[in-house]
Write a protein that binds this ligand. Structure first.
Ligand code: ARG
Length: 296
């Protein structure tokens, strides 16, 4: 089932089956990261400006921050000619079925420049024994993996962003295949083109959001399902990607450096904040969350 409106919501979070939290992580090495084209507003004016050594150091520190939370990180080598592959949240959506089957739904990338990244991840997962859903099922419907589709921590529920990179039509098929309801959230601001730029699911009870990126229905759905909703101010959400943070364990939050008001709210709510610098990646429209993929 796909839920678009509060009126359609006929379950509470506690009605849903539990599901293990994805606690393993994949990152793509940044060897071939650069900005060669503009496919989101953040990239404008930044073609050719990446400082490669700085980007490498930032990536190493981000990996170390995740590892300091006890997360095992597996590294996929980046490919020449795929400068955005470092954003490895986008090429697939990993899933775990109730019978224990692990698989991935491969994305159908919005931008042709990124299309070649998907086959690499399909092969990588298949070679490790994961099911790879036949991409034909997606047809021509655009879908950008964990950029837009986020598992609710601990419950069999998927949050599905749409409007810029993902077509909402995909969620009917995904809900059936993954045996999970999908709550669809329409995105309304091009700076927040993926759901992971404006919704961070910190743990089963808590979300960090930038409310201005959602329609009123979406906001109502978020408030209905999360007991606690922390709001990032506009400057930190838009300029520093505050909501593109990630909590590997439901207690620590890895986040771009300088999100002062967001961090104060996170600490107030009992989280431990780990600040990292991702400014080379912000130039491309990405930060902490999109530089890794969570698996089981
Ligand atoms: N340059 C990349 C793109 O526009 C950045 C992707 C960031 N990923 C994310 N999940 N927000 O596709």
């Amino acid at each position: 089932m796909v839920v678009y409106q509060l009126a359609d919501l006929d379950f509470a979070l506690s009605d849903l089956p539990t599901m293990p939290v994805a606690d393993r992580m994949v990152m793509t090495s940044p060897d071939h990261f650069s900005i060669q084209y503009v496919i989101n507003p953040h990239m404008a004016g930044n073609v050719g400006t990446v400082d490669t050594a700085r980007a490498r150091a930032e990536w190493d520190a981000l990996k170390a921050a995740f590892e300091s939370c006890g997360t095992a990180v597996e590294v996929v080598e980046g490919m020449p000619g795929q400068p955005d592959m470092v954003f490895c949240a986008n090429q697939t959506l990993p899933y775990l079925l109730p019978d224990g089957t692990r698989g991935v739904v491969p994305s159908k990338m919005f931008a042709p420049q990124r299309a070649g990244e998907v086959q690499y991840f399909r092969d990588w997962f298949a070679s490790r024994g994961w099911s790879v859903v036949d991409g034909i099922a997606l047809g021509d419907i655009e879908f950008e993996g964990m950029g837009d589709a986020l598992w609710h921590p601990g419950r069999r529920l998927l949050w599905g962003g749409h409007g810029f990179r993902t077509d909402s039509a995909v969620y009917h098929w995904i809900s059936t295949w993954l045996q999970a309801p999908v709550i669809a959230l329409e995105l309304n601001d091009p700076d927040f083109y993926h759901l992971d730029t404006c919704l961070c699911v910190l743990n089963e009870e808590t979300a960090l959001i930038y409310p201005g990126a959602f329609e009123p229905e979406g906001l109502a759905l978020i408030h209905r399902m999360f007991a606690r909703v922390i709001e990032a101010p506009e400057d930190e959400a838009r300029g520093l990607f505050a909501c593109n943070a990630h909590s590997p364990d439901g207690r620590h939050v890895v986040i771009q450096r300088g999100c002062a008001a967001t961090n104060a709210a996170l600490r107030e709510a009992g989280f431990t904040v780990i600040e990292v610098e991702t400014d080379e990646y912000l130039k491309s429209g990405g930060s902490v969350f999109c530089m890794k993929l969570m698996t089981w």
